[in-house]
Design a binder for this molecule. Structure first.
Ligand code: ADP
Ligand code: MG
Length: 707
């Protein structure tokens, strides 16, 4: 429970107390060391053991003062989760006592026994070692567990001894480096001063809360994060009364404690509201650099789950916990900032600012069009397959929403017309001052997968349960690639203005097809997108196939983000994860329907038969309604059983495929998945027939409305 009284303990006094962030470092490190560390963080210097010693000591003192006993290198292996291995600070002395120690070497590098993390063939078993390396750009933090234990967590990258990335952080940092490098080239050409360009991300997180008691009786939810059976309740989200409605007391008690925990970690959880579906909520923190935002989103998901349990709730992060009800996603708000405080995707009032804005904007447009399949790939998981295109989330087709005003400006630029906003004269680009884009431009076309929202893009396909690293790696690299093409053209021109004008015109004309300001949920759009030649990768397996294609390997190798080998191993891991997920879902579905639903159907048949017999024996005429129901229950039970058998058969076939991870995943997707849908129909029909008190597991009504 959050029992903090904010009138006595102001938020500013708690904020960040569990984060070894910039303010603490400035306070606790000698000035010269602090400055050196800043240079390391900005990629200007490499880390020396000397600096690490001093920082480790300050970190240790800080952590001990806060009650920590252990430290861990905190990293993100390819399981999609975070991993940690705790070591205590204690070091025994000769006289049988202990001192608390933490060395620079321990800060810089760790060696988790990593042989059981997925590596997709990157590490042969005889060389199962990988090491973790301190990421100086992401603040260390303290994790408090329920029993009062406190651990110092050091964000680290996870690398094999041959230097290959075994996690998400390494490629993310590499992609940030790539976009930094190429952006600086462009800024230099345009005469804009900056020492570094960072990408910024603000991920909005959607989730459901369900009562722990109900959850514990749903093995499907427990094992897979989603309900594999369950018929829709009489009332769903049709009334739209949950969206932004008053937050229920239990949920609000949970949020209050969650906020407190996040604030302590220095995570600026800012907005929270009800989402569209019943018991669905959203939390948005204030944005950070991509790297820090990614770490913090992982931490946020973990904290959410932990705090929920304290309230006898469970936070569901799955993309589609309930069929027929809106699923969850993450909105990845993304932009680019210079170290001088300039947001490169923010249109300015001053026309001279607009030249770079338009150039970067057009670069994003081209990047998204050219690498759309990879962006789609970066959001692929089995959960998102249920969600994308189900009229609750964007379709699997990538397109960009710019809004009418910005589209018109670009159209006019491309046609060589001046855009007249009734304002200032034309300069440089031939762009007159851009009209101050009104706030509601960010309108908010809620159906677009990739929307410009005033000073950033909002990538809305991102799945709720996954790390945001992958989408940002792809986005950063794709944009870096286009910027490098732009820089190649502009660096060698004698007439910069003319070349820029032509580049913008030309690029926009070629990639305009990706812009769509209409309703992405409509049937017409699916057809129109096909006419425009936009790719529609409807499922994870097809999307994952993109990773190892030549254009993908070329892109990532060109910018030193992934090697071919790294890409192929990731593809393998993801395909296997997909197969495994469907395998578990199908298995639990068989278990549930065979051992819980089918017997209950039998019991009801027995009861109904007894009733019918009873009526017959009494000599009263007219038991046809009971006979009708009996008939339906018998028929549905037959159907249920046949579908269980059929699913079992196909599951076995899929499990035994050994030819390739791709073929196996395809079998799961096309056969097992389809059979699961059939079985679900049979079970959900029975649910509508069987009396509530016989139904053996909590229903959608319990899960979605009882809180
Ligand atoms: P909405 O729900 O209307 O899309 P929110 O206010 O909930 O908007 O979320 C907007 C998110 O965008 C927040 O996380 C915010 O910090 C983030 N954001 C704002 N400016 C930037 C920026 N320049 N770069 C990245 N993210 C940003
Ligand atoms: Mg949003």
């Amino acid at each position: 429970m959050n029992t903090t009284d904010f009138t006595k303990t102001p938020v500013r006094e708690i904020y960040g107390i569990n984060s070894f962030g910039d303010a603490v470092m400035r306070e606790r490190l000698p000035k010269s060391i602090y400055k050196e560390l800043k240079l390391v963080q900005n990629g200007k210097n490499s880390l020396s053991l000397g600096i690490a010693e001093v920082v480790a000591n300050a970190m240790k003192d800080w952590a001990l003062e806060r009650g920590a006993t252990h430290f861990t290198h905190w990293f993100q292996p390819l399981t999609g989760l975070t991993a940690e291995k705790h070591d205590s600070f204690i070091s025994p002395t000769a006289d049988g006592r202990v001192i608390m120690e933490f060395s620079g070497k321990e800060l810089i590098q760790g060696e988790p026994d990593a042989s059981s993390f997925p590596s997709g063939g990157l590490r042969a078993t005889f060389e199962a070692r990988g090491y973790t390396a301190w990421d100086t750009t992401s603040p260390a933090f303290l994790k408090e567990d329920n029993s009062g234990g406190i651990t110092l967590c050091i964000p680290t990258a996870f690398i094999s001894y041959t230097g290959e990335a075994l996690d998400m952080k390494v490629p993310l940092l590499r992609s940030m480096e790539a976009i930094n490098k190429q952006s600086l080239r462009i800024l230099r050409i345009m005469g804009i001063e900056a020492g570094r360009v960072n990408t910024s991300v603000g991920p909005e997180q959607e989730y459901f809360l369900v009562d722990r008691e109900f959850y514990d009786k749903r093995p499907d939810l427990m094992l897979t994060g989603r309900t594999v059976i369950g018929s829709k309740p009489a009332k769903g989200q049709e009334m739209d009364d949950h969206y932004f409605g008053a937050i229920k007391e239990r949920a609000s008690a949970f949020m209050s404690e969650l906020n407190l925990e996040l604030w302590k970690l220095g995570i600026a959880s800012k907005t929270q509201h009800n989402e569209v579906a019943p018991n669905q909520f959203e939390l948005a923190p204030i944005f950070d650099t991509s790297n820090v935002a990614t770490d913090r989103n992982q931490l946020l998901m973990e904290t959410m789950k932990k705090v929920a349990v304290r309230h006898n709730l469970v936070a569901l992060l799955h993309e589609k916990p309930f069929a027929g009800v809106n699923g969850s996603g993450k909105h990845n708000n993304w932009s680019m900032d210079t170290d001088t405080g300039l947001n490169l995707l923010k249109p300015g009032d001053d026309p001279t600012e607009n030249a770079h804005f338009i150039l970067f904007l057009v670069a994003v447009i081209k990047a998204v069009d050219k690498y759309a399949p990879l962006l789609r790939m970066s959001t692929a998981n089995s959960g998102n397959d249920h969600r994308l295109g189900a009229s609750e989330a964007p379709p699997a087709i990538i397109s960009i929403f710019l809004g009418d005003q910005l589209s018109k400006i670009l159209d006019n630029l491309a046609n060589g017309d001046k855009y007249t906003s009734g304002g200032k004269e034309t300069i440089e680009l031939g762009v007159s001052s851009l009209p101050k884009l009104p706030k509601d431009l960010t309108d908010r076309n809620r159906t677009s997968p990739f929307a410009f929202t005033g000073n950033k893009f909002e990538f809305r396909m991102v799945p709720s349960s996954m790390s945001i690293a992958y989408p940002n790696i792809v986005l950063n690299t794709a944009v870096a690639d286009v910027l490098s093409e732009f820089a190649d053209k502009l660096e060698n021109t004698s007439d910069l203005n003319k070349s820029m004008r032509e580049l913008i015109k030309d690029t926009y004309r070629k990639h305009k097809r990706i812009i769509f300001n209409g309703n992405n949920y409509s049937e017409e759009w699916i057809k129109e997108a096909a006419d425009r030649g936009l790719i529609n990768l409807s499922n994870t397996v097809d999307a994952l196939a993109e990773i190892s294609k030549d254009y993908s390997v070329d892109l990532f190798e060109r910018h030193n983000v992934f090697t071919r080998h790294e890409l192929e191993s990731r593809q393998e891991i993801q395909l296997e994860a997909y197969s495994q997920q469907i395998n578990i879902e199908a298995s639990i579905m068989i278990e549930l329907t065979k051992k819980q639903i089918f017997p209950v159907a039998g019991e009801y048949i027995r009861q109904l038969s007894g009733t019918i017999e009873g009526i017959k024996a009494s000599g009263i005429k007219g038991n046809s309604s009971f006979e009708t129901i009996l008939g339906k229950v018998v028929e549905s039970s037959e159907l249920l059983y046949n579908n269980i058998e059929s699913l079992e058969k196909h599951l076995l076939l899929a499990r035994n495929i050994e030819s390739s991870p791709f073929e196996q995943a395809t079998e799961y997707r096309t056969k097992v998945f389809t059979k699961m849908a059939d079985l679900r129909v049979a079970s959900d029909t029975l649910e509508t027939l069987i009396p509530c008190d016989l139904w053996p597991i909590p229903t959608y009504l319990d899960l979605l409305f009882r809180l």
